[in-house]
Write a protein that binds this ligand. Structure first.
Ligand code: HEM
Length: 469
């Protein structure tokens, strides 16, 4: 449990941002040469939690050659993500691992180029365009649950991954066939597996070395490239404006009237698929896991869905009345934020919370730590979706709850993701209760995102059968 009773903590005095101190923030010493890298690699959630507990709102440590700090107070997070955001870029320690797949997409690009691309992509995630994706979300979920059989035990995480990939591919790029989606899924699996392995490694191995993981990674990247090139070529042939993200990217022209290069379109397409599908799948997987542990919450969810929808499928217009359903998703992301850590690198020397932070320092913010802080959340370890029923979201400090990050680089797909998770949850809850399998306990596994180790095994129990029982 995070208690934050260290000297630079507000629990013992004024808010950390007002405390003025000199030199390096306190923190673990670590080992010679490696610093805290082994502890960080062993269990990063535990490492961050302990850093915040022992050293307070700003803790410093060394990751081999890289100096790093962890910020655990909303005011300090605001300094990095908003007030002085120009001084912080996505950090190289992480991004060098994924450059080949993301390229110069929205997640990894910087400066004026990023701003231009963000402006271009934004309309795909706003207003009426966003609402149009609702039907795809519900239809794809309906297709998934129709395959489920009573008595079958299935991995809800795997189901969620396949579903959100299908939705992202269809909604954003109008991917035509299930075959396309399946191929994208396989290629992404190969790539993500190697990225996760690289993040666990305490040292850097150049891409050019022909290790089995590197070969699989290159193969996955190549397959993605070929698939995306085909989707782009097909769209070029038809020159159709499908109203999706791909059309926006392809029809965009710069000041000189030039279209975006094919390479750039490829980078944006792959970025959206990677950034969008696993995170949303995880929000759902953890939600189903928690619902399995809390039958009373599950019953309340089923009641709302039944009252609002009866037997008909949900639509985007139902979302304002599916309030509790949305709260369940928000609460699951509080306890298990898919993006459990957000990292930046300081470009120039600066000051955070009264401490000197030299250029090159990696700055971490951990939603995992922030979301479990008793200063902001009563009973922080408890799954209580009704905590969101009142004004909590408005009353919280700005960065106490931040599953989608914040500031100019806030997740561009946040509304898409909330809409998707709520519609999927409602569609499934209408038909099935997902009974957790107690013989297969779930452990959080922090990889690039916060995955459930070994999956979330459940038995879908039809709601009608339950009511009759
Ligand atoms: C529950 C689901 C999701 C979660 C928890 C999530 C979380 C995040 C977070 C924390 C960031 C900020 C990273 C940082 O500041 O370094 C981010 C950025 C981003 N997300 Fe999401 N995301 C989700 C869904 C989506 C979806 C559905 C899409 C697209 C279809 C998407 C696309 C992106 C992109 C492109 C960025 C980079 C934005 C930029 O830098 O301008 N995400 N996401």
């Amino acid at each position: 449990m995070v208690t934050h009773l260290s000297p630079n903590s507000p629990a013992g005095g004024p808010p950390a941002a007002q405390v003025r101190a000199a030199g390096r923030p306190p923190g673990p010493k670590g080992l010679p040469f490696l610093g805290s890298l082994p502890a960080f690699g062993r269990d990063v959630l535990d490492f961050f939690t302990e850093c915040a507990r022992q050293y307070g709102d700003i803790a410093s440590f060394q990751l081999a050659a890289w100096p790093a700090v962890l910020l655990s107070h909303p005011d300090l997070v605001e300094v990095v993500l908003i007030e002085n955001h120009q001084n912080f870029i996505k950090h190289r320690f992480f991004w060098r691992h994924v450059q080949a797949i993301f390229g110069q997409g929205l997640l990894t690009s910087e400066g004026e180029f990023w701003r231009h691309q963000r402006r271009l992509a934004a309309p795909a995630f706003a207003g009426s365009r966003l609402n149009r994706y609702g039907d795809t979300m519900v239809q794809s979920t309906d297709w998934m649950v129709r395959r489920w059989q009573p008595g079958q035990v299935l991995d809800a995480h795997r189901e969620a991954m396949a579903l959100t990939l299908q939705i992202a591919a269809k909604a954003l790029f109008n991917a035509e066939t299930d075959q396309d989606v399946a191929e994208i899924g396989q290629a992404l699996d190969e790539v993500m597996e190697e990225i996760a392995a690289r993040l666990r490694r305490p040292f850097w191995i150049p891409d050019a070395l022909p290790l089995p993981g590197h070969i699989r990674y290159r193969r996955g990247v190549q397959r993605m490239d070929q698939l995306v090139a085909r989707i782009i070529a097909e769209r070029c042939d038809t020159r159709e404006d499908c109203g999706d993200l791909l059309s926006l990217l392809m029809l965009a022209r710069d000041e000189a009237g030039q279209p975006m290069s094919e390479r750039q379109i490829r980078d944006e397409v792959i970025t959206m698929l990677l950034a969008g599908h696993e995170t949303t799948a995880l929000a759902l997987s953890w939600t189903w896991y928690l619902l399995g542990l809390h039958p009373a919450v599950d019953a309340q969810l089923a009641e709302e869905v039944h009252t609002v929808l009866g037997e008909r499928p949900p639509t985007v217009d139902d979302l304002p009345r599916l309030r509790f359903t949305g709260q369940v998703v928000s609460e699951a992301m509080r306890l298990y934020p898919p993006a459990y850590a957000i990292g930046r690198e300081a470009r120039a020397d600066c000051e955070i919370g009264g401490y000197a932070v030299p250029a090159g320092t990696i700055v971490y913010v951990s939603p995992w730590v922030m979301h479990r802080d008793p200063r902001w959340f009563d009973e922080p370890q408890a799954f209580r979706p009704d905590r969101w029923a009142g004004n909590l979201a408005k009353e919280l400090p700005r960065f106490a709850y931040m599953p989608f990050g914040g500031g100019p680089r806030i997740c561009i797909g946040n509304r898409f993701a909330m809409m998707e998770a709520t519609l999927i949850l409602a569609t499934v809850a209408q038909r099935f209760r997902l009974e957790g399998q107690t013989d297969r306990p779930v452990q959080p596994m922090p990889s690039i995102t916060l995955r459930p180790k070994g999956g979330v095994w459940v038995e879908p129990v039809p709601r009608s059968a339950r009511r009759l029982a």
